[in-house]
Design a protein around this ligand. Structure first.
Ligand code: SAM
Length: 277
């Protein structure tokens, strides 16, 4: 797997360096996305599939505001859950939310996935959710996850693959161009979903399972409309001659959301694997 060049605009890729104002904006987006009923369902269904339902030590890599960490602490009452992320602002928010929800068993640590500050083999479950997609070196991060997970412990990864994303807009060709620009010029790796099984095999992980979750938004504004805005911005920068068409495309989607007709969909994939060496 290639290492991502840091020229991409993806703000999560640069999360350690964004200022407080940008971080607060991203915190709002992460929490808003995480509370959408479809995301609540995906988290619950995926966590239910983790074979060890009594883990003691759990790690959430690229935890952001800790929405998965909090859910894992609730799902597994005997656990202590660590969340690690490069952004001190995200972690500050994470501590606040965990405190509000009276979850003293959730702890947050500043750090990077490719250099996890934990000894070998201590964690029962190590999770990364929609985080590898935003990292410079996902392979090294998964290697690190493997290292710090105990023998017969579980690695859980949830990712999306943005080629599965569509927006219901009558101009299919224009939609494709905008999506391609967004994926390739914005996201660190919008095609990460398809790469995870290969990566787990490369690391000789065992009992690899793949689960699929479909996110569908119909009616009003949600996470996928936020993605459309981001992709439109990338397309305008990359294909300047398309600017008026892209602006009209985004205006159409926003109008459809105002009228309750917005429709878009995207697939997420859950991956489970164990280390047995
Ligand atoms: C889209 S957010 C997902 C946050 C959280 N997992 C969730 O699902 O709400 C991506 C996260 O990856 C984090 N991230 C980016 N580069 C990272 C790295 N090198 N190591 C660990 N986390 C990283 C970002 O700071 C951000 O919190």
């Amino acid at each position: 797997m290639t290492v991502i060049m840091v020229t991409k605009k993806d703000p999560y890729l640069h999360s350690a360096r964004v200022d407080r104002e940008v971080a607060e904006h991203l915190i709002g987006r992460l929490e808003k996305r995480g509370r959408q009923p479809d995301f609540v369902r995906i988290r619950q269904q995926f966590l239910d599939q983790v074979p060890n339902q009594e883990p003691r030590l759990v790690l959430d890599v690229g935890c952001g505001t800790g929405i998965w960490a909090r859910d894992m602490a609730c799902q597994w009452p005997g656990s202590t859950v660590f969340g690690i992320d490069p952004s001190p602002f995200f972690l500050e928010a994470g501590r606040r939310f965990a405190h509000q929800e009276k979850l003293a068993r959730v702890r947050f640590v500043v750090g990077e996935g490719h250099a996890l500050p934990f000894p070998d083999g201590g964690f029962d479950v190590t999770l990364a959710a929609t985080a590898l997609m935003h990292m410079t070196d996902p392979l090294r991060t998964v290697k690190e996850m493997q290292r710090i997970t105990r023998r017969h412990g579980w690695i859980a990864i949830l990712e999306q693959d943005l080629e599965t994303l569509f927006f219901a807009h009558p101009n299919v060709d224009l939609s494709r161009r905008i999506l391609k620009a967004g994926i390739e010029y914005w996201e660190a790796d919008g095609y990460i979903g398809r790469k995870i099984p290969g990566l787990l095999h490369e690391l000789d992980m065992k009992e690899i399972q793949v689960l699929a979750y479909c996110l569908t938004e119909h009616g009003n504004e949600g996470y996928l409309l936020m993605l459309a805005e981001r992709f439109a911005e990338a397309a305008k920068e990359q294909e300047v001659e398309l600017k008026p068409a892209v602006e009209a495309w985004l205006a159409d989607l926003k109008a459809s959301a105002r009228q309750g007709r917005f429709f878009a969909s995207n697939n997420f994939y859950g991956f489970l694997a164990t280390r047995e060496d």
